[in-house]
Write a protein that binds this ligand. Structure first.
Ligand SMILES: O=C(O)CCC(=O)C(=O)O
Ligand SMILES: [Fe+2]
Length: 229
């Protein structure tokens, strides 16, 4: 993965929950089955449940590496998860648990184009069970963006994906009150050239989360642009 891959993102997809106890199953040495071309590795997250044994032993290129999550989590004062990620061609096995329970989540790791918003939205729109009456699609923005930076990060990626699918995204400020999310339009509908500069959101930007919402009028959606992208 190098500079040419700047347009890609790593996506972790939850795959499995494993609970190992004394005498229960354990994994003999294996490689994880790749699920599609974009999958490049696995992520294992170990919960801080008291246990002994259950180390994950990795082998590659005649080298061996032991991830002793029981010892790692025990060494922490606060309950903490331990995690490890490895490439798909790495052999790994889980040694038997000798006491307690070892609980893990495994994720498949994909190296994908940033434009995957487009792919997921396209797939959702092609599904007749998805919002059959139309509705709103929301894309949460996780960070507090100064409005002047809207031109660069994920907002532009989502915005472009929506426009390609003939959706008209608008920017909302989302207030998380005790009993509901309140949406306040933050912006006129973004236009093609300058989705960003029109914003006059400085006073909000430091305090609350933003979200891009798009009105999904199924009847008026241009079906061709949905299926051809
Ligand atoms: O639970 C773990 O540590 C790894 C599990 C594993 O290798 C698998 O699910 O393929
Ligand atoms: Fe595995």
């Amino acid at each position: 993965m190098g500079a040419a891959d700047d347009d890609k993102v790593i996506r972790a997809e939850l795959y499995k929950l494993n609970v190992y106890g004394k005498g229960s199953f354990f994994f003999k040495s294996h490689k994880d089955t790749p699920r599609g071309d974009a999958m490049f590795g696995s992520l294992v997250v170990v919960f801080p449940t008291a246990h002994e044994g259950g180390a994950l032993v990795l082998q590659h290129d005649n080298k061996e590496w032991t991830f002793d999550s029981a010892a790692l989590t025990k060494a922490e004062e606060e309950p903490s998860v331990a995690y490890i990620a490895f490439y798909s061609d790495v052999d790994h096995e889980v040694t038997p648990v000798t006491s307690g329970y070892r609980v893990t989540l495994t994720y498949n790791l994909f190296f994908e184009d940033k434009e995957s918003y487009e792919r997921y939205t396209t797939a959702a729109l092609a599904n007749p069970d998805f919002l059959p009456q139309g509705g709103y699609l929301g894309f949460g923005l996780s960070f507090k963006y100064p409005i002047s930076q809207y031109g660069t990060p994920s907002i532009t990626v989502i915005y472009r994906a929506c426009r390609k699918l003939s959706l008209k995204p608008s920017l909302y400020v989302v207030y998380d009150t005790d009993d509901a999310y309140v949406l306040v339009p933050a912006h006129n509908t973004l236009d093609d050239e300058e989705p960003v500069k029109k914003a006059s959101l400085n006073s909000f930007a430091t305090t609350i989360k933003g979200a891009l919402y798009t009105n999904l009028d199924i009847a008026n959606l241009d079906a061709a642009s949905v299926t051809n992208t």
